[in-house]
Design a protein around this ligand. Structure first.
Ligand SMILES: N[C@@H](CCC(=O)N[C@@H](CS)C(=O)NCC(=O)O)C(=O)O
Length: 220
């Protein structure tokens, strides 16, 4: 049985598993609490970050690497774009960019805002993160103005990786999306697999619904 530890970027992995129709267990890991007594999780990832995967003898961290492992092991799947497909370079680029440019910058941005009081925050930090996010978002906008999904005509793992990050920026930093990007997001999060993922990821669901209830969730 495949076991995933932790939500956060684990949402990406769960979404992919839902798309692939595989059975799995999701074990919650609450990073806001002291995890030093969570022996089960620390035996899997002694570094203590999430998500992590256990599949038989295989133990892995890094959400996008886990996605690639799952598709390579349990595929073939239309979620993956093969090197001989013309959409491959875009697929690979956006699969990585979802984590490298979007999740990383937003993770530091939102946590920095949560932890550091406004009057002691260097303004340049906010400007730089916003610039980095917006410049990469512009590449997404240009792409989805041409094709319905990032690698072309069909939904792939590159969309799972990227939309998880954009959706999180909507929740964590109140970012509004408009035009072609908003339509693209609506197409992706309108999928049944996204709804099932939300139903499995209870912490994410609680956060999402709480923001919506308080009128703090920018609409899609
Ligand atoms: N690049 C990694 C990032 C992992 C990561 O930073 N996860 C966050 C939660 S989503 C975390 O565990 N942070 C606590 C820590 O880094 O110790 C991935 O995509 O899995």
């Amino acid at each position: 049985m495949i076991t995933i530890y932790g939500e956060g970027r684990g949402f990406r992995v769960v979404w992919l598993l839902e798309e692939l129709g595989l059975n799995y267990r999701l074990r919650p890991v609450d990073l806001l609490k002291d995890i030093s007594d969570n022996a089960e999780f620390l035996a899997v990832n002694p570094a203590g970050f999430i998500p992590a995967l256990v599949d038989g003898d295989v133990v892995m961290v890094e959400s996008v690497a886990i996605m690639q492992y799952l598709m390579a092991t349990y595929g073939p799947s239309p979620l993956e774009v093969r090197p001989d497909d013309e959409g491959y370079p875009l697929y690979l680029q956006f699969l990585m960019m979802g984590e490298a440019a979007f999740s990383s910058s937003m993770f530091y941005y939102t946590n920095f805002h949560r932890i550091v009081p406004k009057d002691t925050r260097p303004e340049q930090f906010d400007r730089f993160i916003k610039y980095q996010f917006d410049s990469r978002l512009d590449l997404i906008r240009r792409q989805v103005e041409q094709t319905p999904y990032l690698a072309g005509d069909r939904f792939t793992a590159a969309d799972v990786s990227t939309v998880y990050a954009l959706d999180n920026a909507r929740r964590g930093a109140g970012i509004h999306f408009d035009g072609a990007v908003r339509d693209y997001m609506a197409r992706c999060i309108g999928r049944d697999s996204y709804r099932r993922t939300m139903d499995r990821c209870l912490d994410m669901k609680k956060w999402h619904e709480g923001l919506a209830r308080d009128g703090k969730l920018p609409p899609i």
